[in-house]
Design a protein around this ligand. Structure first.
Ligand code: ADP
Length: 433
């Protein structure tokens, strides 16, 4: 079977969010990091290509997205999905609209939707206005976002500023009537010369109806919520096998030793690290020891690995740089913010490589940037998405780049900042067992 749904996400964690949603809805999904090389992995229903195109120059975002699209077309995808943030994060220069229009041109299609609604996370759209919890987008914290400040809640207006084509609205009075009425509204809007429809949605029921109404659209754009209704379209056409609950997220049985690496200093991670320190042996990486770089970093890595070698056989180990805000500030005052971050990331990534050489096959990494550094050091080109530990954080199977046969089997969980409950790490091992 070929890949059915080809997705392009404008950032990494957004990609994981969408991939997890598709797995829950019954599609076997792989997330690939950057524009892939080589053929698609076997046995997948959906591929999510995670780019970093949210805030770069529109021309770059468009070029990268088109390269990703070309690969997905080559993989035989039947429908395409451009995933952005549920708060419609865009810079004053755009990107969402520019990328969507470029994808439409490349796909030779003249109509798509824009629906970032994710009611389960408090993102709803009514009369074209996006709400974050109880307040309109422009009154939410997104108003002051350092990179993508959102100062207008009306998505029809926001999108219209980013595209040349006309933007219309499929509002709640239509959406509540269900899939057939929504599809009819799309036809009407098209007749009025609209190439985009912002679609209202306040519940999962709405998302499912919108999904059904999008069965024949070549391109869909939205947050991860709208993915909820898509697998059913493929099932109805006999392209996707009905899958019992949890089946799409099945990973090969885990092998190897267990470790946690934490470079996140977010509040939730601090609590999680403190919790795990009560249960498992731990090794603290002190950034100030790393200040000289080079051989000093090598020595700390060697020390951490020698320590891990002694403990790994008895159960999971924790290696962490996680510290309180005061401690982080003190380190940053001495080393500089960027240098401190880079030194810790480099050290933890080298430790991850060493742990894998020591036989670690089940690894949890805490921290978004830290995860990025670890994934790069390990040569991971993609992630097959498995069962969820906590919302937004699934177990995954690391996939090597095509032609790289040397990678040992590795189950990987990448947790960014404030995700997960206090017992996240021990829960992680239970989910995998
Ligand atoms: P989060 O997802 O919580 O934001 P990240 O890994 O993205 O975590 O970012 C944390 C940053 O802080 C990384 O660059 C990491 O290297 C750095 N860091 C970790 N521990 C310390 C520390 N003790 N002092 C200074 N910086 C640190």
């Amino acid at each position: 079977m070929t890949v059915l749904l080809g997705c392009i996400a404008d950032d990494f964690t957004g990609g994981t969010d969408l991939a997890g949603m598709l797995v829950k809805a019954g599609m076997r999904t792989v997330q690939l990091i950057g524009v892939p090389q080589g053929p698609p992995p076997a046995d997948v229903d959906a591929v999510v290509i995670a780019l970093k195109s949210r805030t770069n120059a529109p021309e770059e975002a468009v070029a990268e997205s088109l390269a990703a699209l070309a690969w997905l077309q080559q993989a035989g995808c039947k429908q395409f999905y451009f995933k952005y943030c549920s708060t419609f994060d865009s810079t004053p220069c755009g990107n969402i609209g520019h990328v969507a229009e470029a994808l439409m041109r490349a796909l030779d299609t003249d109509f798509t939707i824009a629906c970032p609604a994710f009611p389960a996370n408090g993102r709803t759209i009514y009369k074209g206005n996006l709400f974050v919890g109880d307040v309109p987008l422009a009154e939410s914290g997104m108003r002051d976002h350092p990179l993508t400040p959102m100062t207008d809640s009306n998505l029809v207006r926001v999108l219209q500023q980013q595209v040349q084509a006309k933007v219309g609205l499929a509002d709640f009075s239509v959406v509540e009537k269900g899939a057939a009425a929504i599809a009819q509204r799309f036809t009407d809007l098209r007749g009025q010369g609209c190439h985009f429809a912002v679609v209202d949605a306040v519940s999962n029921r709405d998302l499912e109806a919108i999904g059904a109404a999008c069965a024949d659209l070549k391109l869909i754009t939205g947050g991860s919520g709208i993915a909820l209704g898509l697998p059913q379209n493929f099932r109805q056409r006999g392209q996707l096998a009905p899958s019992p609950a949890g089946q799409a997220g099945r990973l090969p049985p885990p092998t190897g030793l267990r470790a946690v690496i934490s470079g996140s200093c977010s509040v939730a991670t601090q609590q999680q690290v403190a919790h795990l320190r009560e249960l498992a042996p731990s090794f603290h990486v002190d950034p100030l020891q790393l200040a000289a770089g080079g051989e000093v970093v090598d020595a700390v890595v060697a020390q951490a690995l020698a320590w891990a070698d002694e403990h790994l056989a008895q159960g999971p180990v924790l290696i962490y740089a996680t510290a309180t805000p005061d401690a982080v500030r003190a380190v940053q005052a001495q080393l500089g913010v960027e240098r401190a971050g880079a030194l810790v990331e480099e050290t933890l990534a080298a430790i991850a490589q060493g742990l894998v050489r020591l036989g670690v096959g089940q690894l949890i990494v805490a921290g978004g940037e830290t995860s990025g550094a670890v994934v790069k050091a390990l040569g991971v080109a993609g992630l097959r998405i498995g069962p969820e530990i906590d919302p937004g954080v699934p177990w995954t199977q690391a996939l090597p780049a095509p032609g790289d046969d040397g990678m040992a089997p590795l189950a990987l969980a990448l947790k960014s900042g404030n995700f997960g409950t206090v017992d996240f790490f021990s829960k992680g091992w239970q989910v995998l067992a």
